[in-house]
Design a protein around this ligand. Structure first.
Ligand SMILES: [Zn+2]
Length: 465
C-alpha cells in the first residue's frame, strides 16, 4: 500500500513537472517560430506577417479552439480573435479581454528585426493562455475574449479597430477588464511591470488574491507619453485596461531582439500569473471601471491648467534710427502660467512672470527687474499627450528696478511701462510644454532723440499640474 502511494505520488509530481515543462516548451517553440528569420519581422501586410497569423491560428485549431479574423484598413490589417466561453458563468454577459500584438517592424537598415520580445513573447503567452483557459472553463465566471492584434507598430491600429468594432461582445462596455501583454520575455534581470491599475475597480483585492512569487512593479498609470501599447485604445474608451511588460531592456526595435535571448522560465511564470489573475478577476463581483484614468487617455486636456514656467534667452534694446545698435544681452524669467483650453485647437494663456534683463546699450550695461504679463492665443493641436502650435498675443511689462552701469536709475530717467507684441511656437509632451517666443516692445524706453525699444527671444519650459 505504502509503495503504491509512493509510486502514485511520483507519477503525480512527474505529471506536474511534465505539465510545467510542457508549458515552457510550448512558449519556447512558439517564440522561436514567430521570431524566426523566415517571418521577416512580421510587418503588417507582408508574407511573414501572414505566416505568423497562420501559425497562431494553427495552434488554436490544434487545441480545438475556433477563431475569427477581423479585417481592417482594406484587409491590410488582420486581428485574430477567439472566445473562451465560461462553462457556467455567474456574469454571463460580461467579458475579460486579453490582447497581444503579433506584428513587428520588419526590416531596419536592411536587417531583419525578429521581434522575439516585441511581441512574439506576448503572442506566445496569449496562445498558451488560450490553451489553459480552454481546459479550465469551469473555473471562470466571465467569458474571455483573446485578441492577437495586428498593426500595433505605427499607430495601435488593430486595437483601435477592435475597440470601434468589437467582436463576440455585444457592446464594448461589456468588457470589464482588458489585459495587454507587450514584451514579456525579459523577466531575467528585472520585474514584471503592471501599469494602469488605477482604472480597475477592485484591483487590490484581485491582485492580492493572485499569489505569485514573481517580482512585480505595479503602477497606477503608465507614465511615459512617448511609448504606448494596445491597452490605450481601450483605456481611452473607459474600458479598464492594464498593460504587462518586463520592460525595455531587450534590444527594442533592433535586429538583435532574438529568441535565444528570451527568458522562458520567466515567461512560464508570467503565463501562470496571468492565468490566475484572469480567473480571479472573472470571479470578482464588481469588476469594472473605477472612474479614474490617466490624463493621456482623456479625450481632451483639462479646461484649466496651471503651470510653473522657466525661460532663458537673449534680449536687446533696439535703436530705431541711425547706425547705433545695442548689443545682445541675456534675459530670464520664471513664474506662473494659467492656461484655458477652449478646445484641442486653441487656448488662451496668461503668464505672471518675474523677469531679469541684462542688455547692453551704447551708454553701457543696462539691468532691469520686471514684472511681465503676457497674454497669448495658442493655435494648433494640443492633445492630452502631444501638442504643437503657435501663439501670438500681447505682453505688459513693468520695470520696478533699473540700473545703468550698476547705478540705479531714477523715475523719469526711463519709462517703466512697456506693451509688446508676442509670438512664437509651442510644443507639448504630456505635462511638459516647450516654447520659443519673441517679444517686440512698442514703447520708447528713454524718450531721447532716438527711439529705443525692447526685444527678446526666449526658450522656455513649463510644467503643467
Ligand atoms: Zn510592442
Amino acid at each position: 500500500m505504502k509503495r503504491f502511494f509512493v509510486i502514485t505520488l511520483a507519477i503525480l509530481s512527474l505529471n506536474l513537472c511534465f505539465a510545467q515543462s510542457q508549458q515552457r516548451e510550448n512558449l519556447k517553440k512558439d517564440v522561436y517560430f514567430l521570431s524566426s528569420d523566415s517571418l521577416e519581422g512580421r510587418w503588417r501586410g507582408t508574407h511573414g506577417n501572414a505566416l505568423a497569423r497562420e501559425y497562431i491560428c494553427s495552434q488554436l485549431s490544434e487545441a480545438n479552439i475556433e477563431y475569427s479574423i477581423q479585417n481592417f484598413n482594406d484587409t491590410l490589417g488582420k486581428n485574430i480573435i477567439t472566445q473562451i466561453k465560461a462553462e457556467n458563468p455567474l456574469y454571463k454577459d460580461e467579458y475579460i479581454l486579453i490582447g497581444a500584438h503579433y506584428d513587428h517592424i520588419g526590416f531596419r537598415k536592411g536587417e531583419i528585426c525578429n521581434g522575439a520580445d516585441d511581441n512574439a513573447s506576448g503572442s506566445a503567452v496569449l496562445i498558451q493562455l488560450a490553451r489553459l483557459l480552454n481546459v479550465n472553463k469551469d473555473k471562470i465566471n466571465r467569458n474571455i475574449v483573446l485578441v492577437w492584434f495586428d498593426f500595433e507598430e505605427g499607430g495601435l491600429v488593430g486595437s483601435r479597430e477592435f475597440a470601434q468594432n468589437p467582436m463576440f461582445v455585444s457592446s464594448l462596455s461589456d468588457i470589464k477588464l482588458m489585459i495587454n501583454l507587450d514584451m514579456v520575455g525579459w523577466y531575467k534581470n528585472g520585474a514584471l511591470e503592471i501599469a494602469n491599475v488605477a482604472m480597475v475597480k477592485g484591483w487590490k483585492e484581485i491582485f492580492e488574491s493572485t499569489k505569485t512569487d514573481l517580482k512585480t512593479k505595479v503602477s497606477k498609470y503608465e507614465k511615459s507619453v512617448f511609448t504606448d501599447s494596445d491597452y490605450s485604445s481601450f483605456a481611452k474608451k473607459d474600458i479598464p485596461a492594464i498593460t504587462l511588460t518586463t520592460g525595455t531592456d531587450s534590444p527594442y526595435h533592433k535586429p538583435e531582439d532574438d529568441a535565444d535571448l528570451i527568458d522562458y522560465e520567466g515567461m512560464d511564470r508570467i503565463c501562470d500569473f496571468v492565468f490566475n489573475l484572469t480567473v480571479n478577476a472573472s470571479n470578482y463581483k464588481d469588476l469594472g471601471f473605477s472612474g479614474k484614468k490617466a490624463d493621456k487617455h482623456k479625450d481632451e486636456r483639462s479646461k484649466f491648467e496651471f503651470g510653473l514656467s522657466f525661460a532663458l534667452g537673449s534680449c536687446n534694446q533696439y535703436y530705431h534710427s541711425g547706425n547705433i545698435t545695442g548689443k545682445n544681452g541675456r534675459t530670464l524669467n520664471s513664474g506662473f502660467m494659467f492656461l484655458y483650453n477652449i478646445n484641442p485647437w486653441q487656448g488662451l494663456e496668461l503668464g505672471v512672470l518675474a523677469n531679469m534683463e541684462q542688455s547692453k546699450q551704447v551708454e553701457g550695461k543696462f539691468q532691469a527687474m520686471k514684472l511681465s504679463v503676457p497674454l497669448t492665443w495658442n493655435l494648433g493641436y494640443f492633445g492630452t499627450d502631444v501638442g504643437i502650435g503657435f501663439n501670438l498675443g500681447l505682453a505688459y511689462d513693468y520695470i520696478f528696478k533699473a540700473q545703468l552701469n550698476e547705478v540705479d536709475l531714477k523715475q523719469g530717467e526711463f519709462n517703466p511701462y512697456d506693451i509688446g507684441f508676442v509670438c512664437g511656437f509651442k510644443f507639448i509632451f504630456g505635462k511638459v510644454g516647450l516654447n520659443m517666443s519673441n517679444k517686440f516692445g512698442f514703447l520708447d524706453r528713454y524718450n531721447k532723440d532716438v527711439k529705443i525699444t525692447y526685444r527678446e527671444t526666449l526658450f522656455g519650459l513649463t510644467y503643467y499640474f
